[in-house]
Write a protein that binds this ligand. Structure first.
Ligand SMILES: Cc1cc2nc3c(=O)[nH]c(=O)nc-3n(C[C@H](O)[C@H](O)[C@H](O)COP(=O)(O)OP(=O)(O)OC[C@H]3O[C@@H](n4cnc5c(N)ncnc54)[C@H](O)[C@@H]3O)c2cc1C
Length: 548
């Protein structure tokens, strides 16, 4: 039987002539670093609308702690940053892209500084942190561990003050609209279908659309991501037939605060960069047994080592020892983490901090070229929604905010310039779609959401096995038959449809990659296979999954 995820093109039925229309030159989906930077860059060229499904602060960007990577220090070099990125990428990094991003990183940091981000300094120079996999101090940060908030606030203010740029908050993008509506060869992106609780469904027609809708952490039970990271970008692109790559590459962060019942807030890698140790429940410091870089080994190594140690010691977590850093020094350098620990009665100056790995960063996404073009005409993508090849099979810490700025700027410019070059007039040409009614039972959506997150954590998590992946696919397809055949009328239902769709595509990719590479660890194929030193690309065609 066909997978239910291959049949669905749009989440709801619509007749465009009955919908309110808004016309824009450029539509940007997402208000993280990538979307905001893109929108600011595109605005001088035409009317831009930037939309976000929540508030402007509800993004992965806002929660970023460690900082932005750039080879700025005198004793550092772009070449060394390139080598570290390539080495973490485990044979899948695209060297041209890596050089492209790293060469531009210092300029973007300087630009953010000029726009008003107060990066931390020491002796009048930028204070540079160190994180796992980096061979030098090169992480620029702000307000200690509140880099994301500082960056977001500056970009949001700048976007609000930019002429030609309108911001729609609480505006949920259901689907990319293509002309013709069914997609397929020769189709173009014509804008988006949106929902706002006050205005209902709307059709926003645009000459250029930029997908910057972020990551997918909420697919896993344990995640560092905020609640709105529900993989909408992957699902929107998948339904529209856009080519996606490297979806099996989900990076797990080794250390999120583990307090039963509490959300998993991140304990930045920079804490280990400042000298924190990982110890097991018996107090034994163990990372030296797993990697010569110890606590600063690449994230996949540390995450697996922690899981292994938890198994060996029969514990639900391991512990981070920061006591030797000193209570005051720790609170000064990591004020947010310090407060978060204290909220749960943990005094970092005296107590060990319980930590556990969690889903953190989606490496895969819509495949783009160096200018941000996706496989669908008039659609660009940037940030976590995209797959540039920078991270390969494993992201080096703090390279993603840098990437979001570099590609955000590029997409905004490319979209803007395309307006002048392409003389296509925006029309309200009729675009309709009908979803066939379903008489199948409706499942409990909250239950499905929780079960989906649990099964992905267990079976498509840090350690994977073929039969578990097959079983997961069967279950996800089963749920899909009851959830993807329905039409929902609010974001809660659409988010679950998106999560299931993305889970299907991710599990398919994880099952097909029969090797271990970077963040993708297959217990049944523990060796890296040179024949697999390639990206895995997927796309939906009418009723078929194409995997190349
Ligand atoms: C806790 C944490 C710490 C991190 N620390 C670092 C760090 O120190 N350094 C680093 O480089 N990276 C870090 N990362 C990763 C980094 O923050 C992200 O990769 C980056 O911010 C992604 O930016 P983005 O603009 O692509 O997406 P996001 O910032 O996630 O923004 C996505 C936007 O899309 C919107 N959206 C999603 N779906 C829809 C929809 N259907 N309709 C409308 N809008 C939608 C969201 O509301 C949001 O506005 C961290 C991530 C987390 C979670």
């Amino acid at each position: 039987m066909d997978s239910p995820y291959l049949q669905r093109r749009y989440l709801v039925s619509f007749e465009s002539r009955r919908l309110p229309h808004i016309f824009a030159d450029v539509v940007v989906i997402g208000a993280g670093a990538a979307g905001l930077r893109a929108a600011i860059e595109a605005a001088p060229y035409g009317q831009v609308i930037l939309m976000t499904k929540g508030r402007l602060q509800d993004s992965n960007t806002y929660y970023a702690q460690g900082g932005l990577a750039a080879a700025i220090a005198r004793e550092d070099s772009a070449e060394s940053h390139v080598n570290d990125t390539l080495s973490a990428a485990a044979g899948l990094g695209d060297e041209a892209v890596i050089r492209h991003v790293i060469a531009r990183a210092p300029r973007h940091i300087e630009q953010m500084r000029q726009w008003g981000v107060s990066f931390d300094t020491k002796g009048g120079e930028l204070s540079l942190g160190r994180e796992g996999g980096h061979s030098a101090h090169r992480i620029v940060h702000a307000q200690g561990d509140a880099t994301g908030r500082a960056l977001s606030e500056v970009l949001i203010e700048r976007a609000k003050g930019t002429a030609n740029l309108k911001i729609f908050e609480q505006c949920f993008v259901l689907d990319l609209v293509t002309d013709p509506p069914g997609g397929g060869p020769g189709s173009v992106c014509a804008g988006v279908l949106t929902y706002h609780h006050r205005y209902g469904l709307q059709m926003i027609r645009a000459r250029q659309t930029i997908l910057a809708a972020g990551g997918a952490g909420m697919l896993w039970r344990e995640t560092s991501n905020p609640p709105n990271a529900t993989a909408d970008a992957i699902a929107l692109a998948f339904r529209a037939g856009v080519v996606l790559a490297d979806l099996e590459m989900m990076q797990f962060h080794p250390t999120t605060l583990y307090v039963a019942g509490a959300t998993r807030s991140l304990i930045s890698e920079a804490v280990r960069g400042e000298g924190a140790y990982l110890v097991d429940r018996t107090g034994c410091r163990f990372m030296g047994d797993y990697h010569e870089m110890g606590e600063l080994a690449p994230r996949d190594v540390v995450s697996r080592a922690i899981l292994n140690r938890m198994g060996k010691t029969g514990s639900t977590h391991v512990l981070l020892d920061v006591r030797h850093i000193g209570a005051k020094a720790f609170a000064d350098r990591f004020p947010q983490i310090d407060q978060q620990c204290r909220r749960f009665g943990i005094d970092p100056g005296k107590d060990l901090i319980p930590v556990h790995p969690a889903a953190h960063y989606m490496i895969g996404g819509a495949t783009i070229d160096i200018d941000g073009h996706t496989s669908l005409a008039n659609l660009l993508a940037c940030g976590e929604a995209s797959c540039t090849g920078l991270h390969g099979a494993n992201r080096l810490a703090s390279n993603s905010l840098t990437e979001a700025l570099v590609y955000g700027e590029r997409c905004g410019k490319v979209a803007g310039e395309a307006l002048a070059a392409v003389n296509d007039k925006l029309t309200a040409r009729q675009i309709d779609w009908a979803v066939a009614p379903s008489d199948r039972t409706e499942l409990d959506l909250v239950d499905i959401r929780n079960s989906l997150r649990s099964i992905l954590w267990r079976n498509v998590g840090i350690v994977r096995r073929g039969e578990r992946l097959t079983e997961t696919l069967e279950i996800v397809n089963f749920w899909g038959r009851y959830v993807l055949d329905k039409e929902f009328f609010d974001p809660a239902g659409w988010e679950i449809q998106n999560m299931l769709t993305a889970a299907y595509a991710i599990t398919e990719c994880a099952m097909r990659r029969t090797e271990t590479r970077g963040v993708h660890y297959r217990e049944d194929f523990p060796i890296t296979d040179p024949a697999w030193a390639r990206h895995q690309r997927v796309r939906r065609t009418e009723h078929r999954l194409v995997v190349e």
